[in-house]
Ligand binder design. Sequence first.
Ligand SMILES: [Zn+2]
Length: 141
Amino acid sequence: MNDTNKQEPNTSKVIPAIAKLNKAGFLVIIITNQSAINRGLMSTQELVEIHMRMLTEIEKGGASVDAIYYCPHAPDEGCDCRKPKVGMFNQVNGDYMIDYPNSWFVGDFESDREVAEKVGLKFILAKGDGGLRKAVDIILK
Ligand SMILES: [Zn+2]
């Protein structure tokens, strides 16, 4: 996921795909740019509430997400965490000690590929509603 507006994410289509990853023993971590916060379009509290509702929805569907990392900064702030910078990926690695060469980054932007290459993750470009489902099929093949 990348920058979102206030629109609620539609989780219903991705839940079965996430459940497959859970079942296969993968950690599922969301890493997202949310510049709407520092641009003053959304409060941190609102974002946290959206994330909580999303996680609840996913859990109701029988799947789970292990963590969500977000960058609140606007592009012109020059932070280290906004993708395609690797700050959040380094943070995840510090928190979970993930084996990046044997892990996957599913991104919906071509610039996500750059991040994957920098940190040594395998990459799948996934677009649209069926994107994650197809990506998970590739991962579990
Ligand atoms: Zn940032």
